[in-house]
Design a protein. Structure first.
Length: 278
């Protein structure tokens, strides 16, 4: 929050960071709400991370977003870790508080759910099993948010089975683990399907999971947003499923940071999408 007579600064720390869409999101909101403030991408090496974070508040920063590869490491630097960040095992939003402490939060789960609910208003987590592909950092946030929202069963399939088993041990009996070669079978009867792997992203391998078992009642969501319509979403749309792309999650996960740093709850709308895509 702005409490000092300074132009508040925020930004995103990662390495590399040039590809980040966060500056477009935040600059759109700063202009839209006529906020005196700036949002800056900062490429910070792992070895400089702590020193950079400690100095930023003294330079007028009210907080930062954190992206790959620093999302886990910042938990060790923060003084306070939100429940969401602790469950997710990583943070993407730091708030530099007036008392000098650093608060770490994870808003990926919020972004995922807010995007789903905004695109499919009658979606309910209790409608039927959810099937999540992947067990990395993003999958962990998705699983935690689905369980917290009340999902009765979350099925998980990941190339490295041990990572899904670790999530089952952590999150408990509502998780059912499938082998990666059973991922197609896992989709049978699922009402929510989420690709939380990096497969299907431009420059990566395609996601090759058979969709024969996918019901047209399922809502299919992809965390990948380049391309906007992944092959998974295109195929699911042809089957008749409602589909939700990953760009919305990126936009929704940014909103809590903007509100905390600049004091205004921003809108996620088509104007913002166009600004980020242009
Ligand atoms: P991560 O921790 O590195 O996890 C990557 C996941 O993809 C793991 O489950 C990994 O399986 C799987 N994977 C990678 N290559 C694979 C392959 N060749 N075959 C099968 N599985 C493969 O990354 P993350 O942070 O979770 O991100 C995952 C995706 O979500 C990325 O595309 C990222 O851009 C996207 N994302 C989007 C948003 C958003 O706001 N829309 C937010 C966060 C992340 P293994 O465990 O076997 O390696």
């Amino acid at each position: 929050m702005m409490t000092r007579d300074r132009i508040p600064l925020a930004g995103v720390i990662g390495s590399p960071v040039a590809h980040s869409k966060s500056p477009r999101i935040f600059r759109h909101w700063l202009n839209r709400f006529d906020v005196r403030g700036h949002y800056i991408p900062m490429d910070v090496a792992e070895t400089d991370l702590e020193a950079a974070i400690r100095v930023l508040p003294r330079l007028g920063f009210v907080g930062v977003n954190v992206t790959i590869p620093h999302k886990e490491h910042v938990l060790e630097i923060a003084d306070l870790v939100s429940e969401q960040a602790a469950v997710t095992g990583s943070a993407n939003t730091l708030v530099f508080r007036d008392d000098g402490t650093i608060h770490a939060d994870s808003t990926d789960g919020h972004g995922f759910l807010a995007n789903l609910c905004s695109n499919v208003p009658d979606w309910e987590p209790g409608q039927g099993p959810a099937a999540v592909l992947g067990a990395g950092g993003a999958a962990r946030a998705v699983v935690a948010s689905l369980l917290k929202a009340g999902a009765g069963e979350v099925r998980l399939s990941n190339r490295t089975r041990a990572r899904s088993e670790a999530l089952r041990r952590e999150f408990g009996a509502r998780i059912r683990v499938y082998d990666w070669n059973e991922a197609g079978a896992m989709l049978k009867g699922a009402r929510t399907v989420v690709n939380a792997t990096s497969l299907g992203m431009a420059g990566h391998d395609a996601l090759q999971v058979p969709l024969d078992g996918l019901s047209r009642d399922a809502v299919v969501s992809d965390l990948v947003y380049v391309p906007l319509e992944t092959e998974l979403l295109a195929q699911a749309r042809r089957i008749g499923c409602q589909t939700v792309d990953g760009l919305g999650m990126l936009l929704f996960q940014a909103a809590p940071g903007f509100e905390r740093w600049f004091g205004i709850a921003p809108h996620v709308d088509d104007q913002l999408r166009q600004a980020v895509l242009s």
